[in-house]
Design a protein around this ligand. Structure first.
Ligand code: SF4
Ligand code: SF4
Length: 189
């Protein structure tokens, strides 16, 4: 190969490398500057994905969408609970404690109910799954930001309030359907 041919090849190869670097620079510029700018412009004219919400503004509260599968604070149906402790035993974080409550009727025995510390609960729902008496659920309630940690203790009565106030109608409907089915099964037996 002559000397002139070799020098031409070197010139061609350096020109190719130069154009590759140029293309790479343009690509990086597009990725880092033009694409984000384009995205910003697109989202500027789209409806926001987030929902306006404030706990004290009833207007915004009523528009808030919470999915039925949401896992909020525990709700307890005290009427159904038999104090079997299954929920307490299965809790991986050991946040459930059984507490005794005096009976309303003096002829009856005292009953035990679960209470829990929401500050260490991870809302895994294992306790609700373990409950065989349709008395423990995870509700839609998520509004609790107290000033002291003690206020994150949920007594059975407080959990019962959550049940009355926040448990979705779908879950309550399921419970009624379950009771009806059980009654039918008992009648058939
Ligand atoms: S909530 Fe359910 S699992 Fe827990 S003690 Fe009551 S009946 Fe048993
Ligand atoms: S949701 Fe999970 S962590 Fe919370 S009390 Fe139930 S089992 Fe324990």
């Amino acid at each position: 190969m002559s000397e002139a041919e070799t020098s031409t090849e070197i010139v061609v190869s350096s020109a190719t490398t130069g154009s590759r670097i140029k293309r790479l620079k343009i690509y990086i510029f597009r990725v880092l500057h033009i694409h984000p700018f384009k995205r910003t412009l697109i989202y500027l004219f789209k409806r926001p994905m987030t929902e306006m919400y404030h706990p004290l503004l009833e207007d915004t509260k009523s528009e808030l969408t919470i999915t039925p599968a949401f896992r909020g604070f525990l709700a307890l149906n005290m009427e159904n609970c038999i104090g079997c402790q299954a929920c307490m035993k299965i809790c991986p974080n050991k946040v459930i404690t059984m507490v005794t409550r005096a009976p309303s009727d003096p002829g009856q025995k005292a009953k035990r109910y679960p209470s829990y510390f929401a500050g260490r609960c991870m809302f895994c729902a294992l306790c609700a799954e373990a409950c065989r008496f349709e008395s423990l659920y995870l509700s839609n309630d998520f509004e609790d930001a107290p000033y002291t940690r003690e206020n994150l203790w949920y007594t059975p009565e407080r959990m019962n309030e959550v049940y009355d106030k926040y448990l979705s109608p779908i879950q309550k409907y399921d419970f009624e359907a379950w009771l009806k089915k059980k009654a039918e099964e008992t009648a058939e037996a």
